[in-house]
Design a protein around this ligand. Sequence first.
Ligand SMILES: *[C@@H]1O[C@H](CO)[C@@H](O)[C@H](O)[C@H]1NC(C)=O
Ligand SMILES: *[C@@H]1O[C@H](CO)[C@@H](O)[C@H](O)[C@H]1NC(C)=O
Ligand SMILES: *[C@@H]1O[C@H](CO)[C@@H](O)[C@H](O)[C@H]1NC(C)=O
Ligand SMILES: *[C@@H]1O[C@H](CO)[C@@H](O)[C@H](O)[C@H]1NC(C)=O
Ligand SMILES: *[C@@H]1O[C@H](CO)[C@@H](O)[C@H](O)[C@H]1NC(C)=O
Ligand SMILES: *[C@@H]1O[C@H](CO)[C@@H](O)[C@H](O)[C@H]1NC(C)=O
Ligand SMILES: *[C@@H]1O[C@H](CO)[C@@H](O)[C@H](O)[C@H]1NC(C)=O
Ligand SMILES: *[C@@H]1O[C@H](CO)[C@@H](O)[C@H](O)[C@H]1NC(C)=O
Ligand SMILES: *[C@@H]1O[C@H](CO)[C@@H](O)[C@H](O)[C@H]1NC(C)=O
Length: 542
Amino acid sequence: MTTLIYLAALAYFHLPVSQAYQGSNTSILCSADNRQIVDNTTDYWPYQLYKSTNATPPYMGITTSGEPLAEGVIFLGQNYRPGTHAIKQQGAMIMTDTSDLVWSGPSSSDVTVSDFKQMTLNGEQVILYWSSVGDQPTEGIGYGQVHILDSTYREIYTICPDLGLTLLPGASSPCSADLHEHYITESNTLLVTAFNLTQADLTSIGGTTDEWVLDALAAEVDLETGAILFTWSALEHVAVNNTQQSMPSSGTSQSVPLDLYHMNSIQSYGEYYLINCRHTFSTYMVDRAGEIMWSLQGQTGGDFGSLPTNGTFSWQHHTRMINESSTTALYSCFDNGNSNPSKNVTSYGVSLRLTLPPNPSNPPELVTSLWDVNEQVYSWAEGSLSQLDNGNYFMGYGIRPIMKEYGPNPTVEGNVRWTAQFADLNSGHSYRAFKTNWHATPYTQPTLIVSQSAVPDSLSNCTGSSSSSFLIGYVSWNGATDVTSYVVYGGASEANLEEIGTFPKQGFETVFAIPSNVKAVQIGAIENNGTSVVQRSAVVTI
Ligand SMILES: *[C@@H]1O[C@H](CO)[C@@H](O)[C@H](O)[C@H]1NC(C)=O
Ligand SMILES: *[C@@H]1O[C@H](CO)[C@@H](O)[C@H](O)[C@H]1NC(C)=O
Ligand SMILES: *[C@@H]1O[C@H](CO)[C@@H](O)[C@H](O)[C@H]1NC(C)=O
Ligand SMILES: *[C@@H]1O[C@H](CO)[C@@H](O)[C@H](O)[C@H]1NC(C)=O
Ligand SMILES: *[C@@H]1O[C@H](CO)[C@@H](O)[C@H](O)[C@H]1NC(C)=O
Ligand SMILES: *[C@@H]1O[C@H](CO)[C@@H](O)[C@H](O)[C@H]1NC(C)=O
Ligand SMILES: *[C@@H]1O[C@H](CO)[C@@H](O)[C@H](O)[C@H]1NC(C)=O
Ligand SMILES: *[C@@H]1O[C@H](CO)[C@@H](O)[C@H](O)[C@H]1NC(C)=O
Ligand SMILES: *[C@@H]1O[C@H](CO)[C@@H](O)[C@H](O)[C@H]1NC(C)=O
């Protein structure tokens, strides 16, 4: 196999001076995007390499229609699955819709992450994700903790709730939060899902009076004290014969319990909880006393009456409800339509307008049935659907490492504007995927590397023939979203630094050239074409 690493040759040859920092005596330095793409292995999907960090984000395969996309950056919680062209780096990651890295979160091959997204806490934008803690059970449920970070990437809460669960055999963890849902409510509490191993009477579905089952729990946690404010057990409130799972012919056991409900999303809705159980094809509105106020069943409509053509769903994920008026709400879900990896069933982004309270004579109306006629994706687990600020829709295909942004016209045919793939179909996944308008200024310093190596090809057109008289710098600032340029300070020593020039930020890592007569270098970051340096790197001495 041929070695194929190449520089993304995105050098500016005629640097736009108007874009640059207007310092008192500023010259524009040669700079270029330094992303390198490694696509010479069958083990890994093409990934990106840098000099200033060991992050290895995927180089996503992207197609676009050219129509407008929503503003925002993409949140992925990537996990490895064995296969060819697998994801290289497991963990939470923020990327642009042109496959540029924005933030590489903590990464370990022993820890899985899930449900990485942006939410609001105490009126401030925060990001959160789940990570596994301890020995995990089989794929599909988890025991772990929730990390909440502010817009400087400081971890302000780490929540490891103890609900008193019976864990699956072989698993061990002090933390009860399952991987599926982590939702900050309007009252600044956290909703999480959890799975409890217990026994139940399954005679109504052909079992015995004491079969092993997984109960699904919703819990509300106080962020300050860790106190459990509310728990809701599906087994206590939903008759077991609502499950779409069948009794295994070999019976149940502690190691192979029947996953009756498989709760995978919860949100607060006013003072209520919207709780989705994938294995009953149903979403429940639950009051604070735990009573089910109504249910929406994906095939029968439940309390709502018959569902519209193309508005049915099954094995669904990421159910959300947006209040529209005192009598209507927009309901949405990622409709897997399938839980069997060997079957090809197209996944849809379904949204319905519900009339409340439910009344079968006024049944739900179809709002979207999103799918790509040119590339049907068969997702048998995970997935998400959200509407974006400009009216577009963003779908993460879960167990399939594919994301699509659809236009605002909710035609049955789709209207796909953007598709990205970040691994072979079986070799990586992100439980959910989101696109949001995240703005962050990290508390950490930008990372600067300075080397005496030869001028790279990407800069040679700019530096000209006297390339031996340059030092080459590499700068990145993990997580920064608003940097537009960097100022360079240089001097004979750390004590004698003065501004020697500026250059536009170009990609996650910018490579730049400076005159080689300096012995100490530092850079400062400028945000939003402003005039003040918001953070400096450490000083590098040569
Ligand atoms: C891919 O390229 C890199 C960088 O040149 C090299 O170190 C590596 O050995 C190559 N891998 C294969 C499988 O060819
Ligand atoms: C840049 O300007 C400052 C004062 O504004 C001055 O002290 C410094 O010597 C100048 N540096 C260069 C390289 O001209
Ligand atoms: C979990 O199930 C066990 C029985 O296996 C039961 O004793 C315990 O109360 C349950 N925990 C919760 C939080 O429901
Ligand atoms: C479940 O069983 C009850 C009787 O215990 C019955 O009334 C109900 O119709 C059954 N529901 C389903 C979905 O089969
Ligand atoms: C429902 O969706 C199918 C494709 O899955 C499409 O062929 C059909 O036209 C749609 N029906 C309606 C009534 O829109
Ligand atoms: C939904 O919005 C209406 C006003 O449009 C309000 O009266 C109602 O309380 C809201 N419902 C919830 C659950 O927030
Ligand atoms: C399912 O689709 C994949 C491509 O996505 C294809 O390789 C496979 O043969 C299909 N399987 C069936 C049973 O149609
Ligand atoms: C440098 O410029 C030449 C001629 O304009 C061009 O052919 C070459 O591709 C450029 N090199 C790089 C690395 O962009
Ligand atoms: C910075 O200025 C450039 C050039 O005028 C413009 O394209 C870009 O949108 C500006 N960026 C911000 C964040 O204001």
